[in-house]
Design a protein around this ligand. Structure first.
Ligand code: CP3
Length: 355
């Protein structure tokens, strides 16, 4: 369980400590683009059958690491486990994405919300423990959660949404109700992430997928302030080592300086910002993670290698960069393209880390 890490590049890069090559992992690295994932999912019967069973969750977490020399594992789970544990009834309608049986749209539903007992999320912490032991120190394990705002988006809308009409209407017309949801979510997310650290997570990532849907002032009030509250409540050391925290707001490029000041160790970038400009803006304050357009994996190997070269050159010399996609890998990605990417990052980045 506490075996020393064979490969700790991820943790070192997140703390901006020297590395031999730039570490890489892929958002949604365990997923439907891998035939072995689809086979396990079939055996499990459904996505939730997979995510709620620690044996299956361990199996699929390890699958991408068997194929590619990735520098991190990420817990196989979902951000929506938290509202599910709040009693909202998560389900997946075939081909339609996540849905909730009960939404949180009125005063009464908001009043009923409470921080769930972490015992109802024991399948997640059990999976963390099991994955750690299966990894046996190969690479660090990343735990994660949705941001309070992104969870609120699904809780109020009752599923995915193109325009976030209901959740934004609530934020702008009944900020009192929205703040009450966000306050409960922030406490739930803090407890959930700390439970993952206690079970063995070695780094944490907060996914703020929908922060970028807000106005500048809305983003600070409804998303960033609550992520700062979460970060402030996290256990930052475990097994004698720092547990770095990555905050990823999709579409957050305009607010980089503010995100970098929220208390996190690293900021996740989508593909819309130049990583060199991002580095110049946040300076030595945080590490950066990203920022290859996931659609680049539909291009030729030569184009993938060239884009890797461009991003590495834009970031420049020295540590503090964790290579990743700017968002989750598409289910239609050829696995061979992911192999080309991982190899290119390790090969081409060496020159940027030589003394
Ligand atoms: O990165 C990893 O490999 C870890 C696993 C992971 C999943 N979801 C597995 C998953 C992580 C980190 C998430 C986070 C997540 N889930 C987010 C934030 C990140 C992001 O993508 O912006 C969000 C918004 C969700 C909610 C969610 N879960 C959606 C919108 C969907 C449907 C997505 C789709 O592509 O259809 C899910 C289901 C889901 N979560 C799948 C996986 C592999 C696909 C489910 C399947 O097997 O059918």
């Amino acid at each position: 369980m506490t075996a020393p890490l064979d490969n700790d590049r991820l943790l070192r890069a997140l703390m901006r400590e020297p590395v031999d090559v730039t570490p890489i992992w892929l958002m949604r690295q365990a997923g439907r683009y891998l035939p072995e994932y689809n086979a396990t999912r079939k055996r499990a019967g459904s996505f939730l059958g997979l995510a709620k069973n620690p044996d299956f969750a361990t199996e699929v977490t390890l699958q991408p690491l068997e194929r590619f020399p990735l520098d991190a594992a990420i817990l196989f789970s979902d951000i929506l486990t938290v509202p599910d544990a709040m009693g909202l009834g998560l389900y997946f309608a075939e081909g339609e994405g996540p849905k909730f049986e009960r939404t949180v749209r009125d005063e009464a539903a908001v009043a009923r919300l409470a921080v769930p007992d972490m015992a109802s999320l024991a399948y997640v912490t059990d999976a963390v423990r099991q994955i750690r032991s299966a990894l046996a120190g190969r690479v660090p394990l990343i735990g994660f959660s949705g941001s309070p705002w992104t969870l609120a988006c699904y809780m109020v809308e009752g599923g995915g949404s193109d325009d976030h009409r209901r959740v934004k209407a609530m934020a702008y017309s009944r900020p009192d109700l929205m703040h009450r949801i966000l306050e409960v979510n922030a406490r739930a997310v803090t407890a959930y992430l700390n439970a993952q650290v206690e079970a063995g997570a070695q780094a944490l990532m907060i996914f703020d997928t929908w922060g970028g849907a807000l106005s500048s002032t809305g983003y600070r009030a409804f998303s960033l302030d609550y992520m700062a509250q979460v970060v402030d409540g996290l256990k930052r050391e475990s097994e004698g080592r720092r547990v770095p925290v990555i905050v990823f707001t999709k579409g957050g490029g305009l607010w980089l300086e503010d995100i970098a000041a929220c208390g996190c160790d690293a900021v996740g970038l989508d593909w819309t910002i130049d990583i060199g400009l991002a580095r110049a803006r946040v300076g030595e304050r945080v590490a950066l993670q990203g920022n290859l357009d996931p659609a680049m994996l539909f291009a030729s190997p030569a184009a993938i290698r060239a884009e890797v070269g461009r991003i590495l050159a834009a970031y420049g010399r020295g540590s503090g960069h964790v290579f990743n996609l700017g968002h989750g890998i598409s289910q239609f990605t050829p696995p061979e393209s992911a192999a080309v990417l991982v190899e290119a990052v390790h090969e081409q980045s060496r020159a940027y880390h030589e003394p």
